[in-house]
Design a protein around this ligand. Structure first.
Ligand code: ASP
Length: 587
């Protein structure tokens, strides 16, 4: 038997017992005649003591143990004189009688401690060592608990977990596919699923009624901070439901997870707001509602005063930051710089401060009278001591810039507390999105999403105004999941494909299998998929998904540990019938 206990479980109640433990040497300290070793395993740390006076040989042996050696130790549990209240085993230590080295270790490239000296790259290269760190491991354990609770809830609701294939044909989720060349069929390729979307719909046609899967999805997207080319979804689909049934079912899942993982109970239903309202009040379709500071439109209030940036703008809006009238010139300049960043793209920022006596001072004083400014203060609900920040320009771009500014103010004012959770549903998304570059419509969600029945009449005459039965679950400004009611009748599906610019032949070629299946009695159905990595990160109070994935890729989509992507042997290429172009080889 390697061990009688783990390194995380002994306490004063075990005093006097002879025990054996196994684990890694976290640290060793020599103090005069005594040597102390912190022995670590998954469960915790236990202190081993060696006494030069009573057992010199053993003590000398202990002194030779390096960091991360794997050992087994036997000894007697004793009360510590110098107690450590910070760890559960801090009241005891082991008076060691025997040690056995199970394996030596090279000196690790960084310290295996909460505040490690290892930089990102090093930790990723030696991820198995990084995972030995308690804080990293506990993230992975949180993920495990989340997965168990997801299964418990959905199983309890009658959902069936079904695996779907990984080598498939392209799925239309809007990103680029990863493709896998076929050796048996030269020139032909599989695609890795961007999601199991079409399969879960086929399972509904097959009568499974309620499906779920915790599943890897693959999207070959451009690099962005905190994106992973492979990520995990909790993918779900239900039959004979309306949107309301889905929102209720999955609000139930969210409540279950909050309760089981965080001990949090939400009273009353999650707020629901429409896409339009989210955009006009928060400048975002995933609003962070942990704080207010909503956007107010002031387009009409700022016109007619010959202030050039506002005069010609299609839209002007403002956010009012409570208690910030005292902000310095420097702080305001920083905010202006912030909104002018290319990612945000605003032309500039106009501020107004409501003084203690109610008068309003502004950076555009020259153009606006005291009355004008008082009016803006009234419109934006600003009181004495508040700072009003205004921007103007094209409507959508300005709203989204105001949304970013709002988040930045929330961050600066400490209103985005990661221990506070504010979930909500955003509903009534537009069905379609116009792309200027390619001059065509794209499905905002995916091409199987159903238009609202009352909006179908506008599909051909005014596609912009067609709303979808689509919804997102948003927590703390992050989209956690999204889904839709699906089209299940061939006529609407053809109309949708036509609107998206597919010919009947193209649609048949790409999605024939689904369209054919729909001819054999497709039930009304709909579903949702949650970003499991991100949801776990949020529950862990972080926004870095990489910390919650055991073996993640870095932000260059590389795995530094196994060193991939990598070239493959010429034989492999030959077998696949693939030739690498000369230019690629030179790189
Ligand atoms: N397949 C969709 C996605 O990955 C989710 C859904 O519509 O259920 O975003």
């Amino acid at each position: 038997m390697y061990r009688t206990h783990t390194c995380g479980e002994l306490s004063l109640s075990n005093r006097g017992e002879t025990v054996s433990l196994a684990g890694w040497v976290q640290r060793s300290r020599d103090l005069g005649g005594m040597t102390f070793i912190d022995l670590r395993d998954r469960y915790g740390i236990t202190q081993l003591v060696f006494n030069m006076e009573t057992n010199a040989d053993l003590c000398m042996k202990a002194r030779k143990l390096g960091r991360e050696f794997v050992i087994r130790a036997e000894g007697i549990v004793a009360e510590r004189s110098n107690k450590n209240q910070k760890i559960p085993t801090g009241e005891i230590e082991i008076i060691t009688e025997r040690i056995e080295v199970l394996n030596a270790s090279d000196t690790p490239p960084f310290t295996i401690e909460e505040n490690t000296d290892g930089g990102d790259e090093l930790r990723m290269k030696y991820r198995y060592l990084d995972l030995r760190r308690q804080n990293v491991r506990s993230n992975i354990i949180l993920r495990h608990k989340m997965a168990q609770e997801v299964r418990k809830y959905l199983d309890g609701q009658g959902f069936i977990e079904v695996e779907t294939p990984v080598l498939i044909k392209s799925t239309p989720e809007g990103a680029r596919d990863f493709v896998v060349p076929s050796r048996l069929h030269h020139g032909e390729f599989y695609a890795l699923p961007q999601s199991p979307q079409t399969f879960k719909q086929l399972l509904m046609v097959a009568g499974f009624d309620k499906y779920f899967q915790i599943v890897k999805c693959f999207r070959d997207e451009d690099l962005r901070a905190d994106r992973q080319p492979e990520f995990t979804q909790v993918d779900c689909e239900m039959s004979f439901i309306h949107q309301e049934d889905i929102l209720n079912m999955f609000e139930g899942l969210a409540r279950h997870l909050f309760q089981e993982i965080k001990g949090l109970v939400f009273h009353g239903p999650f707020p629901r707001i429409s896409y339009d309202e989210a955009m006009s009040r928060y400048g975002s379709d995933k609003p962070d509602i942990r704080f207010d500071m909503c956007i107010t439109e002031i387009t009409e209030n700022v016109k007619g005063r010959n202030f050039p940036p506002f005069e010609l703008a299609a839209y002007a809006g403002a956010v009012s930051a409570p208690g910030c009238a005292g902000w310095s010139r420097k702080q305001l300049d920083e905010l202006t710089e912030f909104v002018k960043r290319p990612q945000i793209g605003a032309a500039g920022l106009v501020w107004a401060k409501v003084e203690a006596d109610g008068t309003v001072r502004s950076s555009a004083d020259k153009y606006y009278s005291a009355d004008d400014l008082a009016n803006i203060a009234l419109m934006t609900g600003s009181d004495a001591g508040d700072l009003i920040l205004m921007m103007a320009g094209p409507r959508e771009r300005t709203l989204s810039a105001l949304g970013e500014l709002r988040l930045e103010m929330g961050r600066r004012l400490g209103l985005r507390d990661s221990s506070v959770y504010a979930p909500l549903w955003v509903v009534d998304f537009p069905l379609l999105e116009w792309d200027d570059e390619t001059q065509r419509f794209y499905a905002k969600h995916h091409p199987f999403t159903a238009p609202k029945p009352e909006d179908i009449q506008y599909m051909e005459s005014d596609p912009w105004r067609v709303r979808a039965n689509a919804y997102d679950l948003v927590i703390n400004g992050t989209e956690i999941g999204g889904g839709s009611i699906r089209i299940h009748d061939p006529e609407t599906q053809s109309l949708m494909f036509r609107t998206l610019g597919f010919t009947a032949e193209e649609a048949q070629k790409q999605f024939g299998f689904l369209l054919n299946a729909f001819r054999y009695g497709a039930p009304p159905h709909g579903g949702i998929a949650f970003g499991f990595d991100r949801w776990t990160a949020i529950m862990g109070g972080s926004d870095t998904i990489r910390d919650y994935i055991a073996f993640p890729k870095n932000n260059q989509a590389r795995d530094l540990m196994i060193d991939t992507p990598a070239t493959i042997k010429q034989e492999q290429l030959d077998e696949l019938g693939i030739e690498i172009s000369k230019e690629e080889e030179k790189k």
